[in-house]
Design a protein around this ligand. Structure first.
Ligand code: 5GP
Length: 205
């Protein structure tokens, strides 16, 4: 695009274990001017995770202070840990004309929408409950109780898919990334987004 206006805000939600982070990481590698927002969290880093890469890891006190100061676009308590989207971080990317993907839970998506922000929200679903259970057991060293809790939350979360604009089933990574890419490309071609470029072209006639 020649004239970059303000960027678009995409939301991707999915139950834990549906593979949304992998999909969005691949998506932002493929699509120019699309950036993933890095959330703040009060949870400890897991093995292999790095501060400033996977999340901005902060103490609970620091998180509470940021929340009290209104520094989050949204924040939520997920599995007893706090997660939030830095308002200034997202604003900087959007103002620069980049599109931003927030990988946040269903509660967070509701909060962003409640602010009246225009969003394109995508719900990523695993192909079935059984597949989700297998993925959760396969990847995690979580206790049986923790896995059961994630599965219960997943039951509630998948029921919220009707609040979203698009649904992508993560049956196969490459195919699911392709569908996400198609959604971004289609959103970028909307009249509202293309108005300036189209006006410029019309002026040449
Ligand atoms: P995990 O601890 O497995 O990385 O993430 C747990 C959950 O927190 C996921 O469902 C993820 O989408 C959600 N999450 C991550 N960052 C944010 C955020 O900034 N806001 C909200 N509301 N949820 C988030």
């Amino acid at each position: 695009m020649s004239s970059k206006g303000r960027g678009l805000l995409f939301i991707v939600s999915a139950p834990s274990g549906a593979g949304k982070t992998t999909l969005v990481e691949r998506l932002v590698e493929l699509v120019p001017h699309l950036r993933m927002s890095r959330s703040y969290t009060s949870r400890g880093a897991r093995q292999g995770e790095a501060d400033g890469v996977d999340y901005n890891f902060v103490t609970r006190d620091r998180f509470d202070a940021m929340a009290a100061a209104g520094e989050f676009l949204e924040w939520a308590d997920v599995f007893g840990n706090l997660y939030g989207t830095g308002a200034a971080d997202a604003e900087t990317m959007l103002a620069a004309g980049d599109d931003v993907v927030l990988v946040i839970d269903v509660q967070g998506a509701r909060k962003v929408r409640a602010r009246g922000l225009q969003t394109c929200a995508v719900f990523v679903m695993p192909p079935s409950f059984d597949v989700l259970e297998q993925r959760l057991r396969g990847r995690s060293k979580d206790s049986e109780g923790a896995i059961q809790r994630r599965l219960q939350v997943a039951r509630d979360e998948v029921a919220a898919f009707t609040e979203y604009d698009f649904v992508v089933v993560n049956d196969e990574v490459a195919a699911a990334v392709d569908r996400l890419r198609a959604i971004v490309v289609a959103e970028r071609a909307r009249l509202q987004r293309m108005q300036r470029d189209a006006d410029t072209i019309v002026e040449t006639f």
